[in-house]
Design a protein around this ligand. Structure first.
Ligand SMILES: *Cc1c(COP(=O)(O)O)cnc(C)c1O
Length: 364
């Protein structure tokens, strides 16, 4: 049976901007300026203002945002960087690409975010930074994490790829660390029409490092100061992002409304995401857990409901990482990866769609 309820439908998500996209694309064509011009500059200003952070630097994607942020810190090579064991693999790959060693720390089984009580025992004299990942659109427990970082003088980098506009105690994701890395991959809460990313920082000197690193280590054409990359945000993607940014709050509110329907109506056979005071969650992903996850997923598919698994394989079990991490076990991550299921929660879904999903779920 074809899906009546798709997991997502990006053409539908982007439909409402069609006229604006077309008119701005036409002037882009007429102007003929493609790389690092006024449009990237304007989006950087808009996104910095949205997050209340001094500097925003557009880059090619979220993985590069993390790599460049790590490189800009100029840490000794082979530094140990703490990272949650259940993150999307990009966060861990960035540490490896930047020449450092990922140290995986288990998440809390209720929030799915790095467990602050497990961080201190992972710290050694080689530990230089923590990358927090605000997974599924919920902020990490930044209060306790900041205290640990200060005690051991560790830098905090935020992976905000799933948390555009999320908040902890009224403070927005991306304003806690020395750097924040964003992805605008098309399906993220703020998504481009291709690959795109950005780095935020309140530190003007570090912003300069990032500006050089994304463009061959140069901020003056043909004069190269450091070993840089080619990782620039396109002018065209910057235009699309400028158009969509003013709607981000509305997109987040829509997802929160759909999440509320799930939270209030799903039966308690399913382990639901926690809702806590002090957190404004933006539900990039709405995940539930169930011991018979695979059977549940097949059952929903038969009812015409598409779901996803974020993620089917725990990073420590990924072939690519075993040579770097060795054979370590992370029981909490493995439990999450074995039981998690992501339900439809896109801007393209209506409340009626979600009620249909809830009905089907409760009949499992
Ligand atoms: C999407 C994502 C990334 C990577 O972003 P890309 O733009 O695809 O490179 C990094 N971390 C997390 C948590 C993500 O969800």
């Amino acid at each position: 049976m074809p899906s009546m309820i798709p997991y997502d439908n990006l053409a539908k998500v982007n439909e409402k901007y069609t006229l604006l996209f077309k008119s701005r694309f036409n002037s882009f064509l007429e102007k003929g300026w493609y790389i690092l011009g006024e449009e990237v500059k304007r989006f950087q200003e808009d996104f910095a203002a949205f997050n209340g952070v001094r500097n925003c630097v557009g880059v090619a994607n979220g993985l590069d945002a993390l790599i460049i942020a790590l490189k800009a810190l100029e840490l000794p090579s082979e530094s140990e960087i703490i990272v949650p064991s259940n993150t999307y693999i990009a966060t861990i790959l960035a540490i490896v690409h930047a020449g450092h060693k990922p140290i995986l720390v288990e998440p809390n089984l209720r929030t799915y975010n790095i467990d602050p009580t497990k961080i201190e025992s992972a710290i050694t004299n080689k530990t230089k930074a923590i990358i927090v990942v605000h997974l599924y659109g919920k902020c990490c427990e930044m209060g306790p994490i900041k205290m640990i970082a200060e005690k051991y003088q560790l830098q905090i980098i935020e992976d905000c790829a799933q948390a555009h506009g999320a908040k902890y105690k009224g403070k927005i994701a991306g304003s806690f660390g020395v750097f924040a890395a964003f992805s605008f991959y098309p399906s993220k809460n703020l998504g481009a029409l291709g690959d795109a990313g950005a780095i935020l920082t309140n530190n003007d000197q570090l912003a300069k490092n990032v500006i050089q690193l994304r463009n061959y280590g140069s901020d003056r054409k043909y004069y190269n100061e450091v070993i840089g990359l080619n990782s620039r945000l396109d002018e065209l993607q910057a235009i699309f992002l400028q158009i969509k940014l003013p709607y981000l709050k509305m997109i987040n509110e829509h997802k929160r409304k759909l999440a509320k329907l799930y939270l209030e109506n799903l039966k308690n056979d399913f382990i639901l995401p926690v809702v806590q005071e002090d957190y404004y969650d933006v539900y990039h992903i709405f995940n539930i857990r169930h011991p018979k996850r695979d059977a549940l997923r097949a059952y929903l598919q038969k009812k015409g409901i598409a779901t996803e698994i974020h993620y089917p394989v725990s990073p420590n079990m990924q072939k690519a990482l075993i040579s770097i991490l060795g054979h370590q076990s992370f029981p909490i991550s493995e439990e999450i990866h074995a039981t998690t299921l992501s339900l439809p929660i896109s801007f393209c879904h209506t409340e009626a769609d979600i009620l249909y999903v809830i009905d089907a779920m409760n009949g499992f």
